[in-house]
Ligand binder design. Structure first.
Ligand SMILES: Cc1cc2nc3c(=O)[nH]c(=O)nc-3n(C[C@H](O)[C@H](O)[C@H](O)COP(=O)(O)OP(=O)(O)OC[C@H]3O[C@@H](n4cnc5c(N)ncnc54)[C@H](O)[C@@H]3O)c2cc1C
Length: 492
């Protein structure tokens, strides 16, 4: 590990890469000292002294990233790749001797291939800017995370992101045709875009969900579609969450081609759709189909038939439309609750957990995780929006209210510990599209299993033998005190 002091380190970097921005002022470091992990936000508003990185660098090209990584490898400097820090699990938590390598200045569109419908971008491009570039061509990526305007393509790949229209457009892996990454030693790997290929293993997957531990993704080739924003909605009330899940599964399996297919449990329906609650059918399900889909009426008839088979009763379809128009509101809501305003007051904390499971295990995962969270929290709600032939992801939102911020941190950590254990006991995976970060890092080994963990350690050893890329994440050793057990920094 480098023994340069922060000032010397920055001077050396400026000499090495004079054109690259190297930030060392405290407000700049502070702004990159955390992501949107609710516990990090709590600690910040509580006044804890966050661990600041030694510097933040803002490269402008793959070559600059390569030079930066070669330097980091020579000096043993830990590097924390960062998009815009919208991750919610603490994956961007720099240690005092680390350098944050933020991709936000690499935000250009490099090429647009209209015939193949591919766009080649730098990895720091923000989601909404990418959509705007495609909209100018009459296109869309179809990847719409709620955090569109505060996240980057590199972050999407690295956290294995999922968008809200995933039933129609797939997840980020379905859009990712090729990429460029820089490994720990500074070597550049270019994975050429292909529609699909069988020439050996799919190396793109080394970077999907790697949370910055395998390399720095600097460019991506993404597949896009013709924009077709008009959606026809159908909405149904169901007697229980299990029945909405069943309808969602059957709509998917029937190949109706729904663009959106989601359902809410009773508490989440009450929370989001107070005016839609029906005592007999307190759970809501909505399906949205592209208005231009061939045979639209037949598809909508099939949706209604499947809903009826699961005891669904049709309600005003406007509920789907209203949800869609509010789908990006979560960023403001989260900021109001966990930012300086703390609208729920001191001692409050809100977080989300997105386990994935096979259909056969899903009802048990739902019940067990819900019970584990309920034991610690004042409110638990759940919905699903990502469905697959073999299973689905659940999305729990949980709210904690304790007397003080110190108490809530203790309860929060206990809630996570029990929810993760409950999920894994029932055969679920603890991450679908948020990654593991620090809050779930202890669950990583059990999630993938011993043999896969061993293989991943060997791959990590080959790609980054000194362990300089995002230490502490994905089972890699950390030089920081454990964040999810040790509590706050002593020196506030
Ligand atoms: C209110 C809110 C709503 C959200 N909704 C969604 C949603 O609907 N769907 C969804 O998938 N996620 C959602 N998220 C989570 C978050 O936006 C995603 O995880 C996103 O992919 C992170 O992108 P980022 O650019 O901010 O990455 P960061 O948070 O900066 O980084 C995330 C991880 O990726 C690594 N990383 C970032 N860039 C690179 C790179 N170029 N090369 C290598 N590693 C890199 C980091 O080291 C870190 O491990 C939401 C977050 C918030 C706060």
């Amino acid at each position: 590990v480098t023994d340069l002091r922060p000032g010397e380190l920055a001077a050396e970097l400026r000499e090495l890469l004079p054109a690259m921005a190297v930030l060392t002022d405290e407000p700049d470091l502070r702004a990159r000292a955390r992501d949107w992990w609710p516990l990090a936000r709590l600690r910040e508003v509580r006044g804890d002294r966050l661990s600041l990185p030694a510097a933040v660098v803002l490269p402008r090209s793959t070559d600059e990233v390569a030079a930066m990584m070669a330097w980091a490898s020579r000096t043993g400097t830990p590097i924390v790749p960062r998009g815009l820090g919208s991750g919610v699990c603490g994956a961007v938590t720099p240690s005092p001797r680390s350098v944050v390598l933020e991709l936000s200045s690499m935000d250009r569109v490099l090429d647009l291939d209209r015939e193949s419908r591919l766009i080649h971008v730098e990895a720091g491009i923000r989601g909404d800017d990418l959509e705007a570039a495609l909209a100018a061509e009459g296109g869309t990526l179809g990847h719409y995370p709620q955090s569109m305007a505060i996240s980057t393509v590199g972050g999407w790949i690295s956290a294995w992101s999922a968008g809200q229209a995933s039933p129609g457009y797939g997840q980020i892996e379905d859009r990712l045709a090729g990429l460029t990454a820089v490994l720990a030693d500074g070597s550049i790997v270019r994975l050429t875009p292909r529609p699909r290929h069988g020439a050996g293993p799919d190396l793109r997957r080394l970077f999907l969900g790697a949370e910055g531990t395998h390399g720095v993704v600097t460019e991506a080739h993404l597949a896009w579609d013709a924009a077709d924003p008009r959606i026809v909605w159908r909405a149904f009330g169901y007697p229980a969450f299990e029945t909405v899940l069943g309808a969602g599964r059957d709509v998917l399996r029937a190949g109706i081609g729904a663009r959106v297919n989601r359902g809410w449990d009773e508490t989440d329906t009450r929370h989001g759709f107070a005016d839609q609650t029906d005592p007999d059918r307190p759970c809501l399900g909505v399906v949205g189909v592209a208005a231009s889909a061939p045979g639209l009426d037949g598809r909508l008839d099939a949706v209604a038939r499947m809903a009826a088979e699961h005891d669904g009763r049709e309600i005003d379809a406007g509920v789907g439309e209203r949800w869609w128009s509010r789908r990006l509101d979560a960023v403001d809501a989260f900021e109001r609750l966990m930012g300086p305003r703390r609208e729920l007051g001191p001692g409050s904390l809100i977080d989300t957990f997105e386990p994935a499971a096979l259909w056969r295990d899903l009802p048990r995962v739902y019940r067990s995780v819900r019970a584990a969270l309920e034991a610690h929290t004042s409110e638990v709600r759940c919905h699903f929006s990502h469905v697959y032939p073999t299973g689905a992801a659940l999305y729990f939102t949980f709210v904690l209210r304790e007397a003080t911020d110190d108490q809530v941190e203790r309860v929060y950590l206990a809630a996570w510990r029990d929810a993760l254990a409950a999920c894994q006991e029932q055969g679920g995976s603890v991450a679908h599209h948020h990654g593991l970060g620090r809050v779930k890092s202890d669950a990583w080994g059990a999630d993938v299993g011993a043999s896969a963990a061993d293989l991943m350690r060997r791959i990590k050893g080959a790609l980054d033998p000194a362990g300089i890329l995002n230490p502490g994440v994905l089972g890699t050793p950390d030089r920081l005190p454990r964040l999810n057990g040790a509590g706050r920094s002593p020196s506030r």
